[in-house]
Write a protein that binds this ligand. Sequence first.
Ligand SMILES: Nc1nc2c(ncn2[C@@H]2O[C@H](COP(=O)(O)OP(=O)(O)OP(=O)(O)O)[C@@H](O)[C@H]2O)c(=O)[nH]1
Ligand SMILES: [Mg+2]
Length: 303
Amino acid sequence: MAEYELPFKIVFAGLENSGKTSILYVLENKFSMLNPPPTVGVERETFNVLGFPIICWDLGGQSKFRTAYLQHERTFSDTDLLFFILDIQDRSRFGDAGDYFEEIITMFKKLDQTPPIIICLHKADPDLREDERILSNIQIAKQVFRRKSKGFEVEMFETTIYEKWTLTLAFSQGLKKLSPKSQILDQQLAAFAHRLQSETVMLLDDNALLFGQFSTNEESADICQIISPHLATMADRIIKYGTTFEVFQVKVGGWVVFRDLQIENRRFYLIIYNNQADILNLVDKDLPQFAQQVSNIIQSFFL
Ligand SMILES: Nc1nc2c(ncn2[C@@H]2O[C@H](COP(=O)(O)OP(=O)(O)OP(=O)(O)O)[C@@H](O)[C@H]2O)c(=O)[nH]1
Ligand SMILES: [Mg+2]
């Protein structure tokens, strides 16, 4: 992995038309550019995640470019994180996508590198969620890519540009792999969750990027992941409207508490899942200590 001072190199690869450039646009909130022209060669874009520099390499996916990348080492060398984007609506290209993925893996092995990999099972649009053809495509893709990525740390996410949170989730899980300190953050979240006897605690930034998560059970984590981007959007609009917002509390099975948290003049959101309704008092009591610890971690690493 690169030194901390160097920007991290994140590579976005996949066939042409799989959605790589669109994903980057959505992550940058450039919604007016959702039909980008095909990417020619490599486009590099510098992102700043809480002051933390990363360079995204968007690799144009047309066949002639793919062949060129694989002929030289430089495109894939020193990759800190690979996003591989697969269009799950286009089953006819799974074979080509799988071959390309395999060639990239071979390149990494040749370079003696094993960066973490996030596979986006992309174009999993909301209106297709129950579509049997899509569900079967997703199952097949998971099996094929799992098999091809032996020896690498791989996570797969179903994503779509029509729900930004699916992208921020995949992206932030990827970023977490870059940062050993994020494990310390997760430990703080675990301690906080323990003190509050809560099943899930999450920390998001004001772009709904997930910074840390602790969970003792999958269902409450899923519920929080479904709800929190919507609450973040609501909070954002309410603040822009000019009024203040402190907490939302909704009952979904248990209670989900969504709270504003200021750290170093930046807005974060804390999401807590708990079975008791009076959790808010406990949260308020514990929050100053928690905010202090989190602030130290965030400052020492992200700012
Ligand atoms: N239905 C659907 N279409 C998408 C989604 N993401 C991207 N697209 C569309 O897919 C097409 C290709 O998107 P691009 O982002 O240009 O694809 P790319 O992978 O960058 O293509 P190259 O630059 O040629 O490698 C565009 O028409 C997008 O609008 C998605 O989540 N759902
Ligand atoms: Mg592109």
